[in-house]
Design a binder for this molecule. Sequence first.
Ligand SMILES: [Zn+2]
Length: 115
Amino acid sequence: MRWLQRLLRRQPPRESATVFWLYVRCGRCGEAIAVRVDRRYELVSELRDPGEEGPAYTLHKDIVGNRCFQRITVALAFDHRLQVIERHIHGGTFLSEEEYRSQTRPPAAGQPSEA
Ligand SMILES: [Zn+2]
């Protein structure tokens, strides 16, 4: 049963290095939506030659919220270090993590209403 021990001993992948979150706002109903992206599985390699212009990886994602059926299409471009270098969205707008949190959490009492 060695194979089983090996299987059980296998470490879970470290999420932080490969997973990040996209935050978008639905263009129709205004719903704030968080989408999990796994760089290992969802990025498509553009197979560039070294030094060639353009993104090394791209990501396309269709997002539908819970409140309506609006389809939000997101396109991201990454350099070879997997940093986002370009992003486009249709059907909604990008939110920062802070904006997303302020949309999904009721404002604390006593806080000024201005952002
Ligand atoms: Zn919506």
